[in-house]
Ligand binder design. Structure first.
Ligand code: PXG
Length: 443
């Protein structure tokens, strides 16, 4: 039943990320290929991917336009020095991104992941206030249950206790957290934006009072919290955050690593919610997951404020060897072109009601305690087994893989779904039939 016999490589050396390594290596789930909506496994099976990679691959795997662009670019300009030199693809992609972004976002800083984008955004916020001679603005506000990657900045503003536990005493010192917006009493089984909870944004006003609004550099939130198990913002919540930031001169950062590029039926969640932040971070769907890349989009005013100073010096002492890597940028250009040519964001938006209806059909299962969705993001929260939180979720994941030919994502006991942006209603129905059987079998 497991794939080990067919996998000839050794398992010891690869220390896997966010994985129960020893449990995994007893019965490894190894992927060796992919096409469209399916993965191929080391034991010769074809399994359906209900998570679009890791929120990354909304167009499907190995999309020919993207693989061709990568192949062509890697034979033309495989690498280009990124400091004091530029490459044509990075400039072209930055232009395309600013054209897609909400009005006023006219500059892009490239990174290689969502974590790097988050840390870059925090540094841009600090540099901006320094440039404006507001040097007291050094505090960041994150949110409980927020996920902004695993580097020290993003971890500090993030709010997932397990990720922070071992590093607690070494995180950034001037950080406060807003409460998260999940509340089973008021919001269980909400479809789309919950009606309860906009007032939780007022905690930002309380933090301004406590610390002085003039000491806060930026607030960072995911418009829809993703990896913590899909927490859509209560109706009116994001607008309220924006208002309070404006009152106090605080920058608002939307971490759109998951929500950009069609995941919520628009180019960016900012557009979908009608709330414009000052900085947007992205990654994942930027290249359809095919090559690592992150990007930070900023308002022109921020770029202008920072990019002053002596003409012979870098204005912002920050950057990565692979910032704007030409092969990643070529993949990004091909992905954005494909989203446009195939009408992907509109297609995703049209699928939302089907996804919402079908995911909520699991509500009658006795082991399900909540279901939440927004755009093509959905979570089915299972009741934890006594004394073994996370075990039921992991069992469902394994049963799906070994017995239902389905890859799903579990964050502990929360099953998460990120269907392909171009999935068909039949794919969604098939996914949840399999998931229901797996929850039954997991007991
Ligand atoms: N911000 C957000 C909102 C994310 O979702 C990151 C930053 C970090 O991106 P990198 O590229 O550094 O991993 C993420 C990553 C899940 C899951 O199960 C989600 C992520 C990563 C791993 C698992 O939902 N998102």
């Amino acid at each position: 039943m497991d794939g080990f016999d067919h996998f000839t490589g050794g398992l010891q050396a690869h220390w896997m990320p966010f994985t129960a390594n020893s449990d995994f290596k007893r019965a490894p789930r190894i992927l060796t290929g992919a096409e469209g909506h399916y993965y191929f496994t080391s034991d010769g099976r074809r399994v359906y991917d209900s998570f679009s990679g890791l929120w990354t691959t909304g167009l499907g795997h190995c999309h020919p336009k993207i693989t061709e662009a990568i192949a062509r670019q890697s034979m033309t300009l495989d690498h280009a020095m990124s400091f004091q030199m530029g490459n044509d693809k990075a400039f072209a992609l930055a232009e395309r991104l600013t054209a897609l972004a909400p009005e006023g976002f006219d500059a892009v800083f490239f990174a290689n992941s969502g974590s790097e984008a988050a840390d870059t955004a925090l540094k841009i916020a600090l540099a901006y206030h320094q440039a404006k001679d507001e040097k007291r603005r050094t505090r960041f506000i994150g949110r409980e249950r927020g996920y902004h990657g695993v580097n020290f900045g993003g971890l500090s503003v993030g709010g997932i206790p397990a990720n922070r536990a071992a590093f607690q005493s070494s995180l950034l010192p001037n950080v406060s957290h807003l409460p998260h917006t999940h509340n089973l009493e008021h919001n269980a089984y909400s479809k789309g934006e919950p009606q309860w909870g906009a007032h939780l944004a007022d905690d930002l006003a309380a933090l301004c009072k406590r610390h002085g609004g003039e000491t806060i550099a930026a607030v960072i939130v995911e418009p829809v919290a993703g990896s913590t198990g899909i927490l859509p913002p209560p109706a009116g919540y994001l607008k309220r955050l924006r208002e309070i930031c404006d009152q106090h001169g605080i920058l608002l950062i939307f971490d759109e690593v998951i929500t950009a590029f069609g995941r919520v039926g628009a180019s960016f969640a900012a557009e979908r919610f009608g709330v414009t932040p000052d900085i947007i971070t992205t990654a994942k769907g930027l290249t359809n997951g095919a090559i690592p890349m992150g990007a930070v989009l900023v308002k022109q005013e921020i770029y202008d404020a920072i990019c002053q100073g002596p003409a012979h010096l870098p204005e912002f002492f920050h950057g990565y060897t692979y910032s704007g890597h030409p092969v990643a940028a070529a993949a990004g250009l091909a992905a954005l072109e494909t989203y446009n040519d195939e009408g992907t964001f509109e297609e995703a938006r049209a699928l939302e009601p089907v996804f919402e209806e079908m995911i909520h059909e699991l509500a009658d299962h006795p082991n399900v305690v909540d279901i939440r969705n927004f755009g093509l993001m959905g979570a089915v929260e299972l009741a934890p087994r006594p004394n073994a939180p996370g075990a039921r979720g992991l069992d469902v994941h394994k049963i799906c893989f070994w017995e239902e030919e389905l890859v799903i994502r579990n964050g502990g006991d929360i099953l998460q779904f990120s269907p392909f942006l171009n999935a068909k209603p039949g794919d969604i129905a098939m996914t949840f039939e399999k998931v229901r059987r797996a929850i039954d079998k997991a007991g």
